[in-house]
Design a protein around this ligand. Structure first.
Ligand code: UP5
Ligand code: MG
Length: 198
């Protein structure tokens, strides 16, 4: 994809920072296509003839990052499908929860499309943990339990924050405080996004 034809915004933040919640708001108001890497992986895991089902299941439960080839391919396929269906409208994508490791970031920008910038939701661990444990009562997600959450936080700090720092060093991060109410967070998100998109 050429950045002349499609707009890609990476949406990052710790587990439970509110990426999915805010992406849903942005889709409603700005005609973005929302692609959550985690959702794509969970769907692939459910596909009966997937060769990666077991691998994805084990990685997600342990909060580990699935080998990038799998995730980059799922994202590229999903983008292709949208662009082919909608030839007239330029594709605007929110890529949620990706890239969360440096190799993914470099690979995606080299082989799929450079991102315009990163939208980063900044939330303290304590609040993220509270949200995830609460959601875990009903979500059915295999990683919404205290043990998996701990592992997800560790991977976020050690592996995913360096990706945010890398984009920050290129002045490509739009940071939003994610501790307020969902509406409060969205208000700040809209304001900063409109500033940046012009
Ligand atoms: N909530 C949201 N906003 C709130 C607010 N402002 N105030 C109070 N509550 C708020 O929100 C989480 C919960 O908090 C919800 O109940 C919500 O109502 C509430 P959500 O919007 O879902 O947050 P989000 O940041 O999207 O949290 P999520 O759990 O999806 O984050 P993760 O990044 O952990 O999950 P993801 O699905 O992206 O990845 C899961 C796993 O997939 C990873 O751990 C990894 O194993 C694997 N993966 C890869 O291997 N590679 C990838 O590239 C991507 C994922
Ligand atoms: Mg999510």
């Amino acid at each position: 994809f050429s950045p002349d034809d499609v707009t890609v915004i990476f949406v990052l933040g710790g587990p439970g920072a509110g990426k999915g919640t805010q992406c849903a708001n942005l889709v409603r108001d700005y005609k973005f296509t929302h692609l959550s890497a985690g959702d794509l992986l969970r769907a692939e895991q459910e596909r009966p003839d997937s060769e990666f089902g077991t691998l994805i299941k084990d990685y997600i439960k342990d909060g580990l990052i699935v080998p990038m080839e799998v995730t980059v391919q799922l994202l590229e396929n999903a983008m292709m499908e949208v662009v082919q269906k909608d030839k007239d409208r330029k594709g605007k994508f929110l890529i949620d929860g990706f890239p969360r490791k440096m190799d993914q970031a470099l690979k995606f920008e080299e082989t799929v499309c450079p991102a315009k910038f990163v939208l980063f939701f900044d939330c303290p661990e304590k609040e993220m943990q509270r949200r995830l444990l609460e959601r875990g009562k009903t979500s059915g997600r295999t990683d919404d339990n205290a043990e998996s959450i701990k592992k997800r936080f560790k991977v976020f700090v050690e592996t995913s924050m360096p990706v945010v720092d890398y984009f920050e060093s290129q002045d490509r991060v739009v940071k939003v405080v994610a501790t307020k109410t969902p509406d409060g967070v969205y208000k700040e998100t809209r304001g900063k996004l409109e500033d940046r998109l012009g």
